[in-house]
Design a protein around this ligand. Structure first.
Ligand SMILES: [Zn+2]
Length: 85
């Protein structure tokens, strides 16, 4: 599905609920993120997103389990169509 991902370094209010906020592309909530870093993305699984965003970390780490890097991702209800992996 097509997604809009905000983060990292979100405003404090948003940061409180996750380093990265994952919304469906065009979701109305996206208007609430003025000034935050944003990237459009196409993926079918959460794993794809995590592995892309943390590709450098995962490549350089002995721990290559993608789920270790999944902690800061907040998947909003509009993006619930995403599968885990
Ligand atoms: Zn949303």
């Amino acid at each position: 599905m097509k997604l809009t991902i905000f983060g990292p370094n979100l405003s404090p209010k948003h940061q409180a609920t996750g380093d990265f906020h994952v919304h469906a592309l065009g979701c109305r909530d996206c208007r609430n993120y003025k000034g935050d870093e944003v990237e459009n993305f196409e993926a079918t699984t959460i794993r794809e997103i995590v592995e892309d965003i943390y590709s450098d970390h995962i490549a350089e780490s002995e721990n290559q389990d993608w789920e270790e890097y999944n902690v800061g991702f907040h998947i909003f209800p509009c993006a619930k169509g995403l599968k885990g992996e």
